[in-house]
Write a protein that binds this ligand. Structure first.
Ligand code: HSE
Length: 437
């Protein structure tokens, strides 16, 4: 069979890894795909770097449009990232009748609906395994392996940088800033680490998974996003003492009123497998009604792990290229005319349990005032402990674990508690996810 010709846009970490793995495993990949997969063109602004990698039989250009308009190219692999140039190039490639493989989670989480619709109109595929959790084949699992199930919820550690920071803070007793410096020196966190530490990268990924799991459009603008930059060593230690570990989770859940879509730090029981995912590794826990909980673990970033997903997509496209477009796996798992408009719930309406840490003056009646506020808002206390006095000896930390309650009531309680004269500073609020139902 005629080889399938690939044009690579971007030869950075993932592009380089894709090129290397394709070359190294060429023979086995061809035997699987049923035809050769050949990189025919590479576009990168750093043309010297691209040339040194490519050798003489690959066309190298610094103009990505040359690739997407070349009639010899069957699949465009977009590894540039970002939402502007990458979007234009993908739409142009689709308009030219080319299949697209991309790792661009930010783009798909915001503009996936438009891109998938354009691809459908042209009868081409847009494959994106590498966009979520790097080398873990979670898109394949959700779209195909779990297709019999009504998915109930997904909870994932889907940002390796944030997980590395939390692991180091817990294991070495360090605070956030020095560990972030270390992550940057090790090349995990970006020079501007905002997307990693503020939960934005994780929100892109959980948004994509929510769409596939529940048959809804991709709606990044409705995801609630809270990062790890305010977490303290103190809370990590208290959580540990209480039998929990703090992780940055991407969560999406089907509930009676709609769909929860949120990223935030959460206490999870230490006994859960996912609580023991450390360092830069990723893990995604999926609960299906038939299969029960399933866990997917692996490298969420890096040159070759991410290349593993890019190449899996290339093989999928090579295998399915000649199939009737209506018989291919739909981009979002559900048939495009079967997506629903089930609402994404505002964070205020989400129900979960809470860890609250209050810094209070140690005198008679303080707890009574606090518990009265909680009771009035129908917040039931699950556990409560008083920790060691602060430096001034007159204040103490009180930790309260609540039963499941609605977020707006907790917010109202925090406002009232912070207004009490016996409470100093702000109340720390971290959500608790038991991940067992
Ligand atoms: N920056 C991401 C992470 C990897 O730290 O997990 C790419 O999604």
């Amino acid at each position: 069979m005629k080889p399938i010709n690939v044009g690579l846009l971007g030869i950075g970490t993932v592009g380089g890894g894709t090129f290397t793995v394709l070359k190294r495993n060429q023979e086995e990949i061809s035997r699987r795909a049923g035809r050769e997969i050949i990189v025919k063109m590479i576009a990168d602004k750093d043309i010297d770097k691209a040339r040194s990698l490519a050798g003489s039989d690959i066309i190298v250009t610094d103009n990505a449009h040359d690739v997407v308009t070349n009639p010899d190219i069957d699949i465009v692999v977009e590894l540039i990232g970002g939402k502007t140039i990458a979007k234009d190039l993908i739409l142009e490639a689709i308009a030219q009748g080319k299949h697209v493989v991309t790792a661009n989670k930010a783009l798909l989480a915001s503009h996936g609906t438009e891109i998938f619709a354009a691809a459908r109109d042209q009868g081409v595929m847009v494959a994106y395994e590498a966009a979520v959790a790097g080398g873990i084949p979670i898109i394949k699992a959700l779209r195909e392996g779990l297709t019999a199930n009504r998915i109930e919820w997904i909870a994932g550690i889907i940002n390796g940088t944030a997980n590395f920071i939390l692991s180091e803070m817990r294991e070495k007793g360090l605070s956030f800033e020095p560990v972030l410096d270390q992550a940057q020196k090790l090349g995990y966190a970006e020079a501007d680490p905002t997307f990693d530490i503020e939960g934005i990268d994780a929100a892109h990924k959980i948004t994509i998974m929510a769409a596939i799991a529940f048959g809804i459009p991709v709606q990044f603008d409705k995801a609630y996003t809270e990062g790890i930059s305010k977490l303290t060593q103190e809370d990590i230690r208290y959580a540990e003492e209480l039998g929990y570990r703090i992780k940055l989770l991407g969560i999406t859940k089907r509930v009676a009123q709609g769909i929860e879509l949120r990223v935030h730090p959460a206490l999870i029981p230490k006994s859960r497998l996912i609580a023991n995912v450390e360092g830069v590794m990723n893990a995604v826990l999926v609960k299906g009604d038939a299969v029960g909980p399933t866990l997917y673990y692996g490298a969420g970033a890096g040159a070759e792990p991410t290349a593993s997903s890019v190449i899996a997509d290339l093989v999928d496209v090579a295998r399915m290229q000649t199939a009737d477009p209506l018989h291919r796996v739909p981009a979002l798992s559900f048939q495009p005319d079967s997506l629903t408009d089930t609402p994404i719930l505002a964070m205020q309406e989400v129900q979960t349990s809470y860890y609250l840490r209050l810094h209070v003056i140690d005198k008679a009646g303080v707890l009574a005032e606090i518990t009265r506020i909680l009771a009035d808002l129908d917040i039931s206390i699950n556990a409560m402990i008083q920790k060691e006095p602060g430096d001034d000896e007159d204040t103490v930390n009180i930790i309260i674990l609540t039963h499941k309650t609605v977020e707006k009531n907790v917010n109202a309680a925090i406002t009232k508690i912070e207004a009490l004269s016996v409470v100093t500073g702000q109340v720390t609020r971290i959500r608790i996810e038991e991940l067992n139902s």
